[in-house]
Design a binder for this molecule. Structure first.
Ligand code: SAM
Ligand code: DTB
Ligand code: SF4
Length: 334
């Protein structure tokens, strides 16, 4: 398929088509991604989110990449659910540093209704600070998704992480279909979806194409698509995963931009180990969102001072808060 006829919001991607995108000569792929990016976004603005782990460790799931799984012997100390004032203090600091969205993560397979009540108080407090809110709490049923929507939550993060075929090699305690079911509940109540994956877990290019097909063929493209590079954590089954060719990461960002052209594509975990030049290629490939701040959930994020210096060198700017009432991501810069 010639790249200049890649349509806008398709939901019928086939695996061979996605693989054909990824297989393009690098320059052709990046050129097409850059064109798509400019049709939908200001290419020099980057949305900035800050993460906070509100409940750390002792997770009953066995995700092979995760420091927080009780199945793995990692150095992580488990922590109870944070108090409301600890969360608001962190959100205030994130806002002062320039973040527009505050994302709270909990190491749960699914939240209990009691936990959800406590998280809802956090969402309301963060919302009152004028920040967009995102939470990632594991699986949700429809009633729980509705409670979050009613509380004013903006985004729910729930990653598909990899292709359906590779999933079973990474996680055994849940199925891909359970992930899709939660995404369905999020969508059904009108929450915005944040869903992406992790690269560098030993998956093939075909798996990366499979992940992108799953995301792009959802009934609506996720408004936000985090692309994580595996942070290798000692004690996890993926601690010794083979290094991913950095240009393969860039290719995947470009293909995500082409397949979900109106979505924010977030350069997520793993930036700490990426050179400025590799991150620059990712921005050129259509990444337009980052996690910013000292920490991801349990690991260090890229240094904020270094991020600001790179933005200065590239003439990139932090995106301001979205306008009230705007429900389409990105706006149009055609
Ligand atoms: N427990 C919830 C869940 O799994 O949906 C929410 C928290 S979980 C830590 C959120 C996401 O972080 C995972 O889906 C995965 O994509 C990402 N993640 C976790 N550990 C990672 C690692 N070591 N490297 C890169 N991404 C990671
Ligand atoms: C996402 O896709 N990546 C973030 C966020 N959504 C929740 C989490 C990254 C976690 C990296 C490893 C850690 O700090 O534990
Ligand atoms: Fe638990 Fe989420 Fe980590 Fe999996 S990724 S072990 S569900 S915290």
């Amino acid at each position: 398929m010639p790249l200049d006829v890649v349509p806008h919001a398709r939901h019928d991607w086939t695996r061979p088509q996605a693989e054909a995108l990824l297989n393009q000569p690098f320059n052709d792929l990046l050129f097409a991604a850059q064109q798509a990016h400019r049709q939908h976004f200001d290419p020099n603005r980057v949305q900035v989110s800050t993460l906070l782990s509100i409940k750390t460790g002792a997770c009953p799931e066995d995700c092979g990449y995760c420091a927080q799984s009780a199945s793995h012997d990692t150095a992580l100390e488990r922590e109870r659910l944070l108090a409301l004032d600890e969360v608001t203090a962190a959100a205030r600091a994130a806002r002062a540093a320039g973040a527009t969205r505050f994302c709270m993560g909990a190491a749960w397979r699914n939240p209990s209704d009691t936990h959800l009540t406590q998280v809802i108080a956090m969402i309301e407090a963060v919302h009152a600070l004028g920040l967009e809110t995102c939470v990632t709490l594991g699986m949700l049923n429809l009633a729980q998704a509705q409670r979050l929507k009613d509380a004013g939550l903006d985004y729910y993060n729930h990653n598909l992480d990899t292709s359906p075929e590779f999933y079973g090699q990474v996680i055994s305690t849940r199925t891909y279909q359970e992930r899709l079911d939660t995404l369905e509940h999020i969508r059904a109540v009108g929450l915005k979806t944040c869903s992406g994956g992790i690269l560098g877990m030993g998956e093939s290019r075909a798996d990366r194409a499979g992940l992108l097909c799953q995301l792009a063929n959802l009934p609506a493209h996720p408004e936000s698509v985090p692309i994580n590079l595996l942070v290798k954590i000692e004690g996890t089954p993926l601690a010794e995963a083979p290094e991913l060719d950095p240009l393969e990461f860039v290719r995947t960002v470009a293909a995500a931009r082409l397949m979900m052209p109106g979505s924010y594509v977030r350069l997520s975990a793993g930036r700490e180990t990426m050179s400025d030049e590799l991150q620059t290629l990712c921005y050129l490939a259509g990444a337009n969102s980052i996690f910013y701040g000292e920490r991801l959930l349990t690991t260090d994020n890229a240094d904020a001072q270094r991020d600001r210096a790179l933005f200065e060198r590239l003439g990139l700017q932090f995106e301001a808060m979205p306008e009230e009432g705007r429900d389409q991501p990105g706006g149009c810069f055609k």
